[in-house]
Design a protein around this ligand. Structure first.
Ligand code: GLY
Length: 372
């Protein structure tokens, strides 16, 4: 990418916005400069939503204090609990109730400041608040920067299944401070890397080579390499969602590793394993299944496994976090609930090689074969 900013154009859609503008901002995250709480551009009030972890970051102090000392004018800040257990319809309704109590209108703006959970919840609330207000994001995790905040998927979990309720509703503006990545706990950073590796396999051979040849720099969060990973993943995802916003065809490729991964998250309990770690394990299973069915070579499978293992992601048939018996059946039950399935068949994203991806309906026995 030549310049630092980026626009994603959506095909003609009737929700949210037709464009998402991404601004890449360098240095320490300075949300006061971006938003100027208390000064409402175009008379729009802002309803900021974040979580307790982000609110406690040192770099957020000045921004949060605007709401403690009442210099926030008519803007409002809501701080939710952190993590997947809070990705519930109850959190969505709490946002909406507070927005109603505070007298917000559909002309005002919701702003999600956080990881994938906060971005998904805030945008879902925005999409149904008085039939739709607009939403902006400040993604603070690698995963939110490269995946969750781009392309308008909103929603919450339901009855221990991931993202069962939601809508398509893109953010109008995204403000990226890549430096937020330096504040992430190791597990969250590697969770984002899991999604980045998925994007690399789907779209970008050069990025796969970076994972292979620059693993130490990546693990050590080298600033330039983190920047490059973010920009490459954003460009790749933008290209996909511009073509297929509502996931009628190629956007479904982005679910590579997710059918196994979501099932794993369900089985061990949402929040017990990071999303990216579950996806990384799921990529291994999808590639192994591709190999077992002769879709890909052994050399390709081994090269992917080598990278997964180098980053500490499990490639075993059953990850060590899964306990108890009846594992195959438990996975099948969870995988049959996948949103991508049509009728009773499990639809999986598989690969023949890097950038050579397809979707296949597979039998339950194919799934069971790679889980033992
Ligand atoms: N996270 C997959 C997608 O946005 O389609």
């Amino acid at each position: 990418m030549k310049n630092n900013n980026f626009t994603i154009n959506y095909p003609s859609i009737f929700c949210g916005t037709e464009k998402s503008h991404i601004s890449f901002l360098s240095g320490k995250p300075d949300l006061v400069s971006v938003f100027n709480p208390g000064q409402n551009p175009e008379n729009k009030r802002r309803f900021f939503v974040t979580d307790a972890t982000v609110a406690s970051l040192d770099c957020m102090k000045d921004f949060i204090s605007k709401f403690d000392d009442d210099s926030c004018g008519k803007d409002v800040l809501m701080i939710l609990g952190s993590g997947e257990p809070y990705k519930t319809i109850d959190s969505v309704l709490r946002i909406i109730k507070k927005a109603i109590d505070e007298g917000f209108s559909r002309n005002d703006v919701f702003v999600g400041i956080g990881g994938g959970v906060i971005c998904d919840l805030t945008s879902f609330a925005a999409s149904i608040f008085k039939r739709g207000a607009s939403v902006q994001f400040v993604p603070t995790t690698l995963l939110a920067m490269i995946d969750a905040s781009i392309g308008g998927k909103t929603g919450c979990d339901f009855e221990n299944y991931k993202n069962m309720i939601g809508s398509f509703f893109p953010a109008t503006d995204l403000f990226y401070f890549p430096e937020f990545v330096q504040y992430l706990p190791e597990k969250q950073y590697f969770s984002g890397l899991g999604e980045a590796f998925k994007t690399a396999l789907l779209c970008d051979e050069e990025l796969v080579c970076l994972f292979k040849n620059e693993s130490e720099k990546i693990k050590n969060r080298d600033v330039e390499i983190v920047d490059l990973i973010i920009k490459k993943c954003v460009a790749a995802k933008a290209q996909i969602v511009e073509q297929d916003f509502t996931e009628k065809n190629i956007r479904a490729f982005l679910n590579f590793g997710h059918s196994f991964g979501h099932a794993l998250e369900t089985i061990v309990g949402l929040g017990s394993i990071t999303h990216g770690e579950a996806v990384a394990w799921g990529i291994g299973r999808a590639i192994h299944l591709s190999y077992k069915k002769d879709f890909c070579s052994e050399a390709f499978r081994n090269s992917v496994f080598e990278i997964l293992q180098n980053f500490g992601w499990e490639t075993k048939a059953v990850p060590s976090i899964v306990k108890g018996g009846g594992i195959g059946e438990r996975f099948l039950t969870a995988m049959h609930k996948d949103k991508k399935n049509i009728d009773d068949k499990i639809r999986l994203v598989l690969q023949k090689n890097i950038k050579d991806t397809f979707i296949a309906e597979v039998d339950d026995t194919d799934i069971l074969n790679v889980l033992k």
